[in-house]
Write a protein that binds this ligand. Structure first.
Ligand code: ADP
Ligand code: MG
Length: 695
């Protein structure tokens, strides 16, 4: 049979159209998909033996016919349900028991041949050999037992879907390896493989499906075998290669050299009510150095919520203005753009700098912004997507990066005259990871919070303790503080039990008639929203009720309570951001998480919030809970998805991949001497990266 890597799986022996449909659910459509369909885990399986020869107290494998099946429930322990099955292989009977897995009863039809693996004990009553909670397979045909059962082996366990058994997948995998032409060109250059002691791709894939008995089971199960590492390396390497190529491409672009006279910056610093932290100073000087260079700046500023990124951005923007250039600051939401605008106006009071705000909601639909109109333009990310151009744009600052992708960034730089670019993010990820996700950027971190920050007291509440929450709100507001109350939705819809912001505000008004309560949400008119935000800033509003529009950036140091309603519906990053809105002044602050029941996953998130305020730990937990893809918002960021690598688990491999990619791109920027690698990169990145396009 003629089958190559791209042959559809349907034509493989024993598959056919119906099974092919089922396999598609597992992501298997071609022969190649089979090769890269990694087992979920591995188990040691000793060679098959007759039941009469069984050894007690060790793992054994037996095959036999189902004689009878029963479900046992005891009065003593009503929650315990036992499925008991007798099997016989002609030499002797054996009893198998499964606890609380009642579905197994229906699978063990009398007369079926089954394979069981597990530790064998002697049953005290019947004296029969007994296996408790064994792994099992239902065999369609006794002759179907594969060779592996004839000797000790490590078998792969694949993830399944209805209608596809382990046996089926294993037989497809075997068929593919035995009968198809697997012409895998190894994309990774030999010198890298030998330097890093990595196996060849074909060998890795083969070993992953057919591990030899002497391999380390733990290493296999934690994806740390050298063979797994090879696949992980490939993925990380190819991502790094793409990012380095992007970066390389950018660095060759000439931009503007800006070295202002310091006049505006000097004035600003003189009127600041605080001193810059040394981390802020260090990062600012890195930015000034980049701006002075004739190369285009592409720098990421990472710093946890509240570390003071805004002032860093502002000083950089003033540097551009001093040189006669315009600066644009872009935020992910309108409300945050408005906040930035208000903050910047107040920071720059008395300075001769023209600031405008430019959002979709505003009437002033500008298309060409001259220098006489504005030195600093504040707006949403839409600024770059819409048809706005500038007379002399020198610097673009993008706030809150994790909603803004690698490829969007690339499109920004294509706009106009190569302005310098600064990206600010509060996603607290370790340096190696930052280098991956933002590998196309240089990297600075503000790793210090301003002095006098206090940890926020975080507590979990259920509806029945609502009064305690009201007490805290009352006490705080009576002593002059303010509070945020955040809801996940705007309006209560009929088929949803979510407490909405609109209803919530009404309810709070009846509970606290003596307090001023304001409501903001995304569907409001900008002016209306701005008025309420101003009132909150000025202390006229005591409780600000909102949807997640205030998630990022809002800054009111007098606010000491953050009440999050339906906290179970929020992601960890969101919760952390929201909590970062309080604890910014000299007063003790509280984050109150109000829950209405939760899933296991939500519970894990909430426990993390109560236990720690360390952004790094939270990010790590978040990634463990959600998986890497969701964590980085890869779908929207345009980063290709990872199938094998886990950035936290595989940080060592990541470091190696970074080094190798860096060296290779330096040596051969267009990968001209590595055609296989180039094609591989192209398959992975699609047409997203210029240099791979021409492969
Ligand atoms: P983020 O990094 O989360 O964007 P902001 O820039 O909003 O943080 O700053 C948070 C608060 O800290 C603001 O009120 C800001 O004025 C204040 N701040 C910034 N830098 C300092 C500093 N060096 N000392 C004291 N307060 C500071
Ligand atoms: Mg900010």
């Amino acid at each position: 049979m003629d089958c190559g890597l791209l042959s559809p799986i349907q034509y493989i022996k024993g598959v056919g159209p119906a099974k092919a449909k089922l396999l598609k659910r597992l992501g298997i459509e071609t022969v190649r998909d089979v090769l890269f369909f990694l087992p979920q885990k591995y188990e040691f399986r000793p060679a098959l033996c007759n039941i009469s020869n069984i050894k007690y107290d060790t793992v054994q494998t037996v095959v036999g016919k189902v004689i009878s099946t029963r479900l046992i429930e005891t009065k003593k322990n009503p929650s315990l349900k036992i499925v008991e099955v007798d099997i016989s292989d002609g030499s002797m009977w054996l009893k198998a028991k499964w606890f609380n897995q009642t579905y197994i009863k229906n699978m063990m039809t009398t007369g079926k041949q089954v394979l069981l693996t597990g530790i064998v004990k002697r049953d005290n009553y019947s004296l029969l050999p007994t296996i408790v909670n064994p792994d099992f397979e239902i065999l369609d045909d006794v002759n179907d037992i594969d060779i592996s059962v004839k000797e000790d082996c490590i078998i792969p366990i694949y993830s399944l879907t209805e209608g596809v058994t382990q046996r089926k997948i294993r037989s497809i995998v075997s068929f593919v390896f035995n009968n198809c032409q697997i012409n895998i060109q190894d994309p990774i250059p030999d010198e890298i493989l030998s330097r890093r002691g990595l196996p060849r791709l074909y060998d890795a894939i083969k070993a992953i499906h057919f591990p030899s008995t002497d391999m380390d089971l733990d290493a296999l199960n934690s994806y740390q075998s050298n063979y797994h590492k090879r696949l992980i390396f490939d993925e990380l390497f190819i991502i790094q290669l793409g990012l380095k190529a992007l970066k390389n491409n950018l660095q060759s672009i000439n931009g503007i050299s800006m070295r202002g006279d310091g006049s505006l910056r000097g004035q600003l610093i003189k009127q600041l009510p605080f001193r810059l932290t040394s981390a802020q100073k260090r990062v600012i000087s890195e930015i000034y150095r980049d701006m002075a260079s004739t190369k285009t700046m592409n720098r990421l500023i990472q710093g946890d919520v509240g570390c003071g990124k805004t002032i860093v951005a502002l000083l950089s923007m003033l540097n551009a203005v001093e040189c006669g250039y315009q600066s644009a600051l872009m935020a992910p939401t309108e409300i945050l753009a408005e906040q930035h605008y208000a903050n910047i106006c107040s920071y720059l009071k008395g300075l001769d700098v023209k600031i405008i705000i430019c959002t979709a909601n505003r009437k002033n639909k500008l298309t060409y912004i001259t220098r006489s109109e504005a030195d600093i333009i504040v707006g949403t990310h839409a600024i770059i997507q819409e048809n706005i151009s500038f007379e002399a744009l020198g610097l673009v600052v993008i706030d809150e990066q994790h909603r803004f992708g690698v490829l969007q960034r690339a499109s920004l730089r294509k706009k106009g005259e190569n302005p310098d670019c600064l990206v600010m993010t509060a996603t607290p990820i370790p340096r190696t990871l930052a280098l991956t996700v933002y590998g196309d950027l240089d990297y600075s971190v503000i790793d210090e919070l301003p002095p006098n920050r206090r940890p926020v007291i975080t507590r979990l509440f259920f509806e029945k303790n609502k009064n305690e929450i009201y007490d805290i709100l009352k006490r705080e507001i009576k002593s002059g503080r303010q509070a945020y109350v955040v809801y996940p939705l705007i309006e209560e819809s009929e088929n949803s039990d979510l407490r909405s912001a609109v209803e919530g505000a009404e309810r709070l008004k009846t509970v606290f008639p003596e307090f001023e309560i304001g409501l903001v949400h995304g569907r409001m008119k900008a002016e209306q929203r701005e008025k309420i935000m101003d009132d909150f800033k000025n202390g006229k509003v005591d409780i600000l009720v909102s949807t997640t529009v205030i998630e990022v950036g809002v800054d009111v140091p007098n606010a000491t309570v953050m009440l999050i309603v339906h906290a179970e519906r929020f992601g960890l990053a969101q919760l952390h951001q929201l909590r970062g809105r309080v604890g910014r002044g000299e007063h003790e602050s509280y984050c109150l998480l109000l829950c209405y029941g939760f899933s296991e996953e939500a519970k894990r998130r909430l426990i993390v919030m109560v236990k720690t305020s360390d952004g790094f730990k939270i990010a790590e937990e978040d990634m463990n809970i959600r998986g890497y893809g969701d964590f980085f918002g890869t779908r929207q960021s345009g980063m290709p998805n990872m199938r094998f690598a886990n950035l936290f688990r595989d940080s060592k491999v990541l470091e190696i991949a970074q080094k190798e990619a860096d060296e290779l791109i330096k040596k051969d920027p267009m990968l001209n001497n590595y055609p296989h690698l180039k094609r591989f990169a192209q398959d992975f990145w699609g047409d997203k990266i210029e240099i791979f396009k021409t492969a």
